[in-house]
Each structure stands twice: as structure tokens, then as C-alpha cells.
Design a protein around this ligand. Structure first.
Ligand SMILES: Cc1cc2nc3c(=O)[nH]c(=O)nc-3n(C[C@H](O)[C@H](O)[C@H](O)COP(=O)(O)O)c2cc1C
Length: 171
């Protein structure tokens, strides 16, 4: 049996927020052609062979239905020049097409929206979905990757803020 935690969800979020992460933009297209877009920092690579990654999504997200009925999902690892995309895709109340309205994108395989300005992109099909609390863990089988040479460092998220890592990177 679970014991009641001695902290509230704001404190839990604050503590987890001390773990610095990258920031991704997840896009998806459902079998009926509906699209979704949301900002996600729960991305993790899982398996090299076969290539699998995961991310977690809130069951309350308005993107949830499209993600669960998706025929293809793309994960864009955002650069510091794409903070506006991260902010837009994190805005609740905008539906998929509205969210994409202010962002440059092209239709990829099966019509999944791809953001060409992104330095690193992975795309694939939904594998297992594991329900855990108020989120689901979505596992993806990756069948497409794309790298765009860039010296711009990744966008990061730390303690509730977008931050710029102080990195000098080669192309
Ligand atoms: C940096 C950052 C990371 C986020 N990571 C996640 C995440 O991993 N999973 C999630 O469900 N929501 C995450 N969110 C919140 C969603 O992006 C936000 O709720 C978005 O509006 C969801 O879109 P929708 O619910 O309108 O589809 C994150 C927000 C930010 C700013």
C-alpha cells in the first residue's frame, strides 16, 4: 500500500526541476490525419538495438488522443534558437493546427509535421504505452533520424526556466 507523501505536487515538481534536461518538440499525426504538437522534456533514449526512445505525456493533455491514435510521432531536439517553438508548443488551449500555425514545418512521412530548423530529429511508430499515475510512458520504435550540422547549443530547462548551456561546440 502507498503511504501518503509528506510533500505537495508543487514541491515535487520543484525538486524534479533541479534535474537539468534538454527540450524536445513532439509532433504526431493520427490515422484520421489530426496533428498534435507539444513540448516535452521527459525524452530518454532506451535501446540501441533495436532503436527505441520514450517520453511521458499527461493523460490530461489535449494532445493525448492524437498520440494514442498516432501512426507516426516525431521528436525534435530543440536548439537555443527555438525557444519560441518550445514556448508555443507548451501553451495549453491551442489545438495541434493552431499551435503549428506560428512555426515553420513541412509534412514528413505519413504527414507528421517536421520542423526543418531542428538540429536533431527522430521519428517512428508508437510501441508500448505504459500507464503510470496521471501520465503514460510512450515507447517509440525509431525508423528515421536526421542531423543538421549546427554550432548552436541545445535548449535546456532547469528549475522551471529555459536556460542556455555555456557550451562551445564544433559543427
Ligand atoms: C520545458 C517543458 C517540458 C515539458 N515536458 C512535458 C512532458 O514531458 N510531458 C507532458 O505531458 N507535458 C510536458 N510539458 C507540458 C506541455 O508541453 C504542455 O502541457 C502543452 O500545453 C501540452 O499541450 P496540450 O496539452 O495542449 O496538447 C512541458 C512543458 C515545458 C515548458
Amino acid at each position: 500500500m502507498m503511504t501518503e507523501p509528506l510533500f505537495d505536487s508543487a514541491e515535487f515538481r520543484q525538486v524534479c526541476g533541479h534535474f537539468p534536461t534538454g527540450v524536445t518538440a513532439v509532433t504526431a499525426v493520427a490515422t484520421d490525419g489530426a496533428v498534435a504538437a507539444l513540448t516535452v522534456n521527459s525524452f530518454t533514449s532506451v535501446s540501441l538495438t533495436p532503436p527505441k526512445v520514450l517520453f511521458c505525456v499527461a493523460t490530461s493533455s489535449s494532445s493525448f488522443r492524437v498520440l494514442m491514435e498516432s501512426q507516426r510521432i516525431a521528436i525534435h531536439i530543440l536548439s537555443q534558437e527555438q525557444e519560441d517553438v518550445a514556448r508555443r508548443f507548451a501553451t495549453s488551449g491551442l489545438t495541434g493546427p493552431e499551435k503549428l500555425g506560428g512555426v515553420a514545418w513541412v509534412p514528413g512521412p505519413d504527414g507528421v509535421p517536421l520542423l526543418p530548423a531542428t538540429p536533431a530529429v527522430l521519428a517512428g511508430r508508437r510501441d508500448e504505452v505504459i500507464t503510470s499515475g496521471d501520465h503514460v510512458i510512450v515507447l517509440l520504435d525509431i525508423d528515421h533520424v536526421h542531423l543538421k550540422p549546427s554550432r548552436v547549443p541545445a535548449l535546456s530547462f532547469y528549475r522551471g526556466r529555459f536556460v542556455a548551456p555555456n557550451a562551445d561546440i564544433a559543427e
